[in-house]
Ligand binder design. Structure first.
Ligand SMILES: [Zn+2]
Length: 273
């Protein structure tokens, strides 16, 4: 995965920078998302890597004949994305102007992601196997877009850099050699969104719910989506892309608790359509 390697400079004084590197990426919206985040690389750095990775993924899929095989499905997810994109302004003024892109990968995998800068990939297996309705697709897409808005990948890579810097600094102080970097691997994991923390997942759920509602898709689909995911996993854990922690019930409860906040946004959006 050489393509995914970012040139990272790890000064030993990095830890001293970390206090000034805390910021927040979004406005709070109706659901409130205000947590401060540690950011040690620029958005541009990660976005460049994401753009390259996304292009390579599309090229590889096209070569295998698995890119956008189902034209109707492609048009469907693109139409849903078109309604969600302008609503991102509630959380970030710059986001509606991102170079958004939506593609469908022919795959049995239950997966979807939105890379930094708005590069969305839906896996056909998710839509086909869970028989997703438009509202449910909007919930998944809103959730994935929320990860990009909050720049969870950038935060995750920053944490890896800080951890690596701490190891390097410790090694230097102890007179040991520099430890091998795990950062490149983290960049990959962070971009394809398989290993977010519970906090990140929770933020993506609530921001995604508001985006869904403001786009005129029924936020109650968040509950039916989770039920389907738990069913398909046969009572075990739902697909990894939306769950890295066994707290599904809490997440459904969090969605249900927010419904009174977001249903009025949904109803208002419906009257506009
Ligand atoms: Zn997620």
């Amino acid at each position: 995965m050489n393509l995914l390697r970012i040139n990272l400079i790890l000064p030993t004084s990095l830890l001293l920078l970390s206090l000034s590197a805390c910021q927040t990426t979004t406005s709070g919206g109706a659901v409130g998302a205000k947590r401060s985040q540690l950011m040690l690389i620029s958005s541009d750095q990660l976005e460049q890597t994401a753009t390259q990775s996304y292009a390579k993924m599309k090229k590889d899929a096209a070569a295998k004949g698995t890119l956008n095989q189902d034209h109707a499905m492609l048009l469907r997810v693109q139409a849903i994305a078109k309604r969600l994109e302008p609503q991102t302004a509630v959380f970030r003024a710059d986001a509606p102007g991102w170079k958004w892109e939506v593609n469908v990968l022919g795959s049995k995998e239950l997966n979807a992601f939105c890379m930094p800068g708005g590069k969305i990939m839906f896996y056909s297996g998710l839509i086909n196997q869970l028989q997703l309705g438009d509202d449910e697709i909007a919930i998944v897409m809103g959730h994935e877009i929320a990860h990009a808005l909050r720049e969870h990948s950038r935060e995750q890579v920053s944490q890896a850099i800080a951890a690596q810097a701490a190891i390097d600094l410790g090694s230097a102080l102890l007179g040991l050699g520099s430890a091998s970097s795990e950062v490149a691997g983290t960049v990959y994991e962070a971009l394809i969104a398989t290993k977010f923390s519970r906090t990140d997942e929770s933020e993506a759920d609530v921001i995604g719910l508001e985006l869904t509602a403001r786009s005129g898709y029924d936020p109650r689909a968040g509950v039916s989506l989770w039920k389907k995911m738990m069913q398909v996993s046969g009572g075990g854990h739902p697909p990894e892309f939306m769950s890295t922690h066994p707290a599904e019930q809490n997440r459904v409860e969090q969605i249900e608790a927010l419904l009174p906040t977001v249903i009025p946004l949904y109803e208002k959006a419906r009257t506009r359509q």
